[in-house]
Design a binder for this molecule. Structure first.
Ligand code: SF4
Length: 71
């Protein structure tokens, strides 16, 4: 089996439950390259970040419900 190299975590990983190792050698237990997981938005497996639906979608639904009540 080839040796896998775990790159260090990035700042945005701080607080995630998947961070393992000590302060000098902290790495992700799931991904080899944590920095790549954050390059295009947020890491999908980050345990410390909650994804919130865009507020625009919520307002749109409320407006539609009000229209139905007036009919
Ligand atoms: S799961 Fe994502 S946020 Fe958590 S340590 Fe790994 S790369 Fe970082």
């Amino acid at each position: 089996m080839e040796n896998l190299v775990f790159l260090p975590i990035v700042e945005k990983c701080l607080g995630c439950k998947r961070v393992t190792g000590n302060d000098e050698n902290a790495h992700c237990s799931t991904y080899l390259n944590p920095g790549a997981r954050w390059r295009s938005g947020h890491c999908a497996l980050a345990s410390h970040v909650r994804y919130m639906a865009p507020e625009v979608e919520e307002k749109k639904r409320v407006g539609q419900q009000k229209q139905k009540k007036h009919k």
